[in-house]
Design a protein around this ligand. Structure first.
Ligand code: NCD
Ligand code: ZN
Ligand code: ZN
Length: 358
């Protein structure tokens, strides 16, 4: 018998970009209506570097929440070469930060303030290991000589292995892994290494972006790779293995910024991500592992309890419509198109309109 209904503990999103201001007010309800918690990426301009920045950003997020949405933003700090370990310790003690985020300088959107020389952050990493603060990593090298499709695999060999050797007690999340090498490294690694996987990297390979014309809305970083890598990601995500969990990396950019001679990296996936995931897990005959991926493995790695409340996903008889574009005060925003109709629907998720602020 095929399942048509699924009840899960309420999921969390372990990698999310909410941006700020008008954009944040538009995109936040799509996450807060479905997810209980999310790790909030700190790559604002200027970045969220100090504990006080995280507190102020968290308060702006909470103030923008629709009234009935019960959502906890888990804040992160943007690691720089001058990050003050004492400030990190203070912010952690105050319950303000859940992780620090390492961006190699120049690797992705708003990463200019990131790290150039890994040796310079070793003292902070050692302090984090002592305090039990995990490190989230955008794992791509930026060496212009390295092909963009190889940057994740090279990062693992050249940078990640060094960090793990130097600070073995540090808990590390390789964010948005996109390769077979990433899957293998995390699968075989010790208990202090885990990975997030996005919804879109389970669905598209690089052909989606490049065949029949260049499709900027499928451009993100790390860039989608060959089919064999997508299949490896699917095996990892649907395996139930506790080292892999959902981080949507929903990363909205206005259409005008995406559809440009130099379009920005990032896909806006929050509005349909759970429907897409149920579709993928059903295709892999692994619906029984969706809860582990979306709701259990993440909290376990972050040492938080799983959520008490539950959501119900129902497979409808006819596909439902997700808007292709959403209006913000600053322009239009394109929603990720998985390329197939969506039948699985989170029935009792709070909609964007429910209690949304005028
Ligand atoms: N994933 C992306 O392509 N873009 C992210 C940054 C990131 O997560 O690397 C963004 O902030 O737009
Ligand atoms: Zn990233
Ligand atoms: Zn991201």
């Amino acid at each position: 018998m095929t399942a048509t209904e699924l009840t899960l503990r309420r999921p969390d999103d372990w990698h999310l970009h909410l941006r700020d201001g008008a954009m944040m007010r538009t995109v936040l309800p799509y996450s807060s209506g479905n997810f209980a918690r999310a790790i909030i990426m700190p790559n604002l301009v200027p970045p969220v570097v100090r504990g006080d920045d995280a507190r102020a950003y968290r308060d702006r997020i909470l103030a923008a929440l629709p009234p009935r949405h019960d959502f906890t933003p888990l804040m992160t700090l943007y690691l720089t070469e001058t990050t003050d370990a004492d400030d990190v310790a203070k912010a952690h003690e105050a319950g303000l930060v859940s992780a620090l985020k390492l961006y190699p300088a120049g690797a992705t959107t708003n990463s200019d303030s990131g790290v150039r020389d890994i040796d310079r952050i070793m003292p902070v990493l050692e302090r984090m290991a002592l305090l039990g603060i995990p490190l989230c990593v955008h794992g791509e090298v930026t060496d212009p000589a390295i092909d963009i499709f190889d940057r994740e695999a090279v990062f693992i060999e050249k940078v990640l292995r060094r960090i793990v050797d130097r600070v073995p007690e540090l808990r590390i999340i390789m964010e948005h892994i996109t390769t077979e090498e990433g899957v293998q490294y995390v699968w075989e690694g010790g208990p202090n290494i885990a990975a997030t996987i996005t919804t879109h990297h389970l669905i598209i390979n690089r052909n989606a972006m490049l065949v029949g014309g260049i499709r900027p809305h499928y451009y993100c970083l790390p860039v989608a790779k060959r089919e064999k890598h997508r299949l490896a990601l699917r095996r990892a995500a649907t395996s139930g293995n506790e080292k892999f969990f959902l981080g949507t990396d929903s990363a909205p950019h206005l259409d005008a910024r995406k559809e440009s001679a130099c379009g920005c990296a990032g896909m806006f996936t929050a509005p349909n991500t759970l429907s897409c995931l149920a579709h993928v897990f059903e295709e892999e005959a692994a619906l029984d592992h969706l809860e582990a991926f979306a709701s259990l493995n993440g909290p376990a790695f972050y040492r938080l309890p799983p959520n008490d409340t539950r959501i119900r996903l129902v497979k409808r008889e006819v596909p439902f419509d997700v808007p292709a574009k959403i209006a913000t005060d600053e322009g239009m925003l394109t929603v990720f198109d998985p390329g197939f109709p969506l039948y699985w629907h989170p029935e009792d998720a709070l909609s964007v309109d429910q209690g949304a602020k005028p």
